[in-house]
Write a protein that binds this ligand. Sequence first.
Ligand code: AKG
Ligand code: FE2
Length: 218
Amino acid sequence: MHYLIIQNALSAPLFTQVRAALGKGSFSDGRATANGLAQAAKRNLQLAPEGHAELLDCIAQALLEQPLLQAFAMPWHVGRPMINRYAVGMAYGMHADAAHIGDLRTDISYTLFLDDPASYAGGELVIDSEGQQFSFKLPAGSLLLYPSGALHEVREVTAGVRHAAVGWIQSRIRDAGQREIVAKLKAVPPALGQGGQHQALAVQTNECIQRLVRMWCD
Ligand SMILES: O=C(O)CCC(=O)C(=O)O
Ligand SMILES: [Fe+2]
């Protein structure tokens, strides 16, 4: 599975603001923002966006400007996140995210972990990719990006409370495999360096990258 972890994905002041909103906001049943099978699997709470729209937009904008995210996701749009809360006994069973959420096609899902992992038990985000399971319980401030097409679940929290800011990204390249090829190739020209003996190879690699992007982008 092609995924990426970005540590300290938000600036410290913005992260502090997000943490502060957890204590101030009112949380309601998360099933309001899911449909069908996903709704049946969902047992969590969500921060009511009223009064927090600006903060949620700031998170989306900060992620859009994140260089590591740009290289990995090639984003057209980063959707405004929802902030969820899992208290003891809450979980989100195995589900597929909807292909469209709001006005986005969901190519990449993101979870920004908001709590110290030692402060809660359970609550792992487990992703099932072609029969292989990947389990994530990341430090506060770490962002996980993973393909929206992969089945995933949040395991039951058995002590403490888990919070996360969760959202979706529409990429310029919808196919995860093609996106991976472009992202990997993009690392090559900087490694070859400018002006050295490999200059011609760097230019040629960049030419191929641009041709692939033109072929595969929306
Ligand atoms: O809380 C998470 O890490 C993921 C939640 C999720 O899968 C969703 O809201 O669709
Ligand atoms: Fe999900």
